[in-house]
Ligand binder design. Structure first.
Ligand code: HEC
Ligand code: HEC
Length: 322
């Protein structure tokens, strides 16, 4: 097949996975933004956020095949002399909250890589990242030198994080890794062929602090697709508690407890439009071919019928005590 046609066909296929339902994502208004931070923040903290949330796909280093443009390319499209910091930050956050073709200003990137999957990030984190991208030329030699330095000594920068934040870093790194694997698989094999890639077990945890703390990550659900991901009674209690809190419009923050001399963090997993092609309504959102592959691999699948915003399950992160 002619390459151009092939790329177009693949990106249509891919964006149809991601654009599976009407766009309900919120638009951020400038007045809703947390106050823009003009003081210099701890740079290591932002580099660590970038590494765990963005660089799995927007890898600043060469080599390894690309699944997304490097962030300096993104910055070039969003930034010019006239753009204020507020405008820049709002535009970036709006795209991340609602990655659609209409919101994209990089049609070439969408064509080459397929649309960025929707992930859920902590709003304060993406604001810090967006502010940092406005303030720093991430294509400069100076920046690359800092990044090289950070890569060599990352463990020390995380020792002062709480267990909750450490666990969240691991969860985010795992999520963005799953996102990357799914994106690649959908591009190469289509949705039905990507079925086996929504899987955490093959994902190595490379975050250095996670390695130091001997971290283990699993994902469990009360309605599992793979029976080995079945939540135990304690985990189901967390899931039920969060669902209730959510239904009442209350907050449902992660929980950290101490168990047998280990620290264990629990983090809710929510469904967004990216997930519906494989966890939504059978025959409506999940097509026949995908459904057939799911049934073949997971004859006892319970993980369908979800809607956007539903709590799908829970990330469990086990860490040694510091
Ligand atoms: C799972 C892979 C993945 C992760 C993780 C990811 N992105 Fe992306 N992102 C992409 C892809 C692919 C594109 C290019 C296609 C597009 O523009 O949608 C992209 C494009 C973008 C764009 C340009 C949007 C446009 O088209 O106008 C912005 C801004 C962006 N990403 C920010 C971020 C930030 C900030 C993070 C970390 C918080 C992040 N991304 C994490 C895959 C990812
Ligand atoms: C291409 C199809 C596909 C997509 C898209 C997809 N999943 Fe999955 N999901 C699966 C498969 C297959 C499994 C079983 C993996 C395994 O064997 O561990 C799974 C397992 C899971 C599990 C582990 C518990 C269980 O049921 O076994 C969670 C949690 C989960 N998915 C959440 C999500 C979320 C959240 C999204 C969207 C961000 C998503 N999935 C997108 C196919 C998909």
């Amino acid at each position: 097949m002619n390459t151009v046609i092939k790329i177009v066909a693949l990106s249509i296929l891919f964006s149809s996975l991601l654009l599976s339902c009407s766009e309900t994502g919120k638009q951020l208004e400038e007045d809703n933004l947390l106050a823009i931070n003009n003081q210099s923040v701890n740079e290591d903290k932002v580099l660590s956020l970038l590494k765990t949330n963005c660089f799995n796909c927007h890898n600043p280093d060469m080599g390894e095949s690309r699944v997304a443009p490097p962030l300096f390319k993104v910055r070039e499209h969003y930034y010019d002399e006239e753009t204020t910091k507020e405008e820049f930050v709002v535009a970036i956050i709006n795209f991340i909250n609602n990655p659609t073709e209409e919101n994209s200003i990089m049609p070439g990137a969408v064509r080459n890589f397929g649309l960025m999957p929707k992930m859920s990030f902590k709003e304060e984190d993406i604001q810090l990242i967006a502010e940092y991208l406005y303030d720093n030329d991430v294509s400069s030699d100076e920046w690359y030198a800092k990044w090289e330095g950070f890569k060599k000594s990352p463990a020390s920068t995380q020792t002062d994080l709480s267990y909750e934040d450490l666990g969240r870093n691991i969860v985010n790194e795992t999520k963005s890794n799953i996102g990357k694997n799914l994106m690649k698989a959908v591009k190469e094999r289509g949705v039905a062929g990507a079925v086996e890639f929504c899987n955490t077990r093959a994902i190595p945890i490379t975050d250095s602090m996670a390695v130091v703390l001997n971290t283990k990550v699993k994902r469990v659900s009360d309605k599992p697709r793979n029976p080995i991901n079945t939540a135990n009674s304690e985990e189901i209690a967390y899931i039920d508690g969060w669902r209730k809190a959510k239904a009442n419009g209350e907050k449902y923050p992660p929980k950290v407890t101490e168990m047998e001399n280990k620290m264990v963090g629990y983090y809710p997993i929510e469904i967004n439009q990216t997930c519906l092609k494989c966890h939504g309504i059978p025959e409506k959102q999940i097509n026949t071919e995908t459904l057939a592959n799911i049934k073949k691999l997971y004859p006892n699948d319970k993980a369908t019928g979800y809607a956007e915003g539903d709590i799908r399950g829970i990330f469990v992160v086990e860490m040694d005590k510091k």
